[in-house]
Design a protein. Sequence first.
Length: 53
Amino acid sequence: MHIGDHQINDMLGAHNAGFSYIWFNNNNAIWNQKINKPKEFSDWSIFEELITK
């Protein structure tokens, strides 16, 4: 699993490598990639809850 904040360097890179990935979106950015939008979070306090669902 890869956790990252950059849509291309982190999310697309992880996707292309065959990893699962979660987007740390602390800038309230809009997803604009052609791959499916991953799970996302903007506050580390909910991270554990996100990955245990």
